[in-house]
Design a protein around this ligand. Sequence first.
Ligand SMILES: CC(C)(COP(=O)(O)OP(=O)(O)OC[C@H]1O[C@@H](n2cnc3c(N)ncnc32)[C@H](O)[C@@H]1OP(=O)(O)O)[C@@H](O)C(=O)NCCC(=O)NCCS
Length: 258
Amino acid sequence: MCDSRLPNLSRDQRDFRLQSRDVHVWTIHRGAPDPMLPKFQSLLADEELDRANRFRFEHLRRSYIISRAALRMLLGCYSRTAPKNIHFDYSPNGKPSSNASADICFNASHSKAFTLLAFTRECNIGVDLEEIRPLSDMTAIARQFFCADEAAELLSLPAAERRHAFFLCWTRKEAYLKATGDGLSIGLDRFRVSLRPSEPARFIHFAEEVPSAKRWVLHDLKPVQGYAAAVAYSGTPRTIQVFALSEPTQLLDIGRIG
Ligand SMILES: CC(C)(COP(=O)(O)OP(=O)(O)OC[C@H]1O[C@@H](n2cnc3c(N)ncnc32)[C@H](O)[C@@H]1OP(=O)(O)O)[C@@H](O)C(=O)NCCC(=O)NCCS
C-alpha cells in the first residue's frame, strides 16, 4: 500500500484512488539535491539509464531521470506496483503506455523545470506544458503550423495578449495530438482550437479526415504561474483534479511500495 507521508494532500490524493471518470494531474519540479539523484536513478530500467546517459548536458540528464522516476512512482501508486517493476511499451509514434495496470492511462509533458503528468482510466489522454516565453519567430511559427483561421485570430489580438494566446493554442493542439498518440503525423493545421485568453479551451473545427470533435474533450490547466498547459482526452467530460506542485523528494516516500 502507499505510504501517506506526503504533506498537504487530500485523502483521495494520499490514497491514490483514481475513479473511472477521474483525471489526476500532477506537476513535478524537476530538481533535487545531488545526494538524492542515485535514489531516482535506482528506479529506472536499463534502457532509461542508457537514454539518460546520452544527454549531452548534465541538467537535461538529471531532469530526465527525475521526471521518469516521478512517473514510475506515481504510476506505481495508482496501480499498486513497485516503480522499478513497471515496464513501458511505446506506440509506433512513441507514445508510452505501461504494463502496470491494464486500464490506467497516462501522459507526460516537460517544460523547463517542470513535468506535468496526467492519469486516468480507460481513455486516450494527452497533456502539454509550455513556458510562456518570448519567441522572435512566433508569427512565422503560427503561420506555418497553426490553421489559417487560428493564425488570423492570433494576429488580430492586441499585441499584449498575443504571446499568451500563442501558447494556449500550441498546448491545446499538442495535447490533442498526444491524446491520439499520432504526434505530429496529423497536421497541426487539420483542426482548429480556441486561443483567446478570455475563452475556455475547446475544439472549433476538425478537417474531415481527423477524428471527430464529439469524441474528444479539451481543458486548460493552470499548473504553474507563467506556463500554459492543456489536457485532451477521448469521450465525455471527466472530473479533473490538479494537485499542488510537488517536489520529487516528496514522491520518494510514496515510491517505496510493492
Ligand atoms: C513527441 C511529441 C509527442 C511531443 O513532443 P514535445 O512537445 O517536444 O514534448 P513534451 O515534453 O510535451 O512530451 C514528451 C513526452 O510525451 C510522451 N510522448 C512521446 N511521444 C508521444 C506520442 N506520440 N504521443 C503522446 N505522447 C508522447 C513521452 O512521455 C514524452 O516524455 P519522455 O520523453 O520523458 O518519454 C511530438 O508531438 C513532437 O515532436 N512535438 C514537437 C513540438 C512542436 O513542434 N509543436 C508545435 C506546436 S504548434
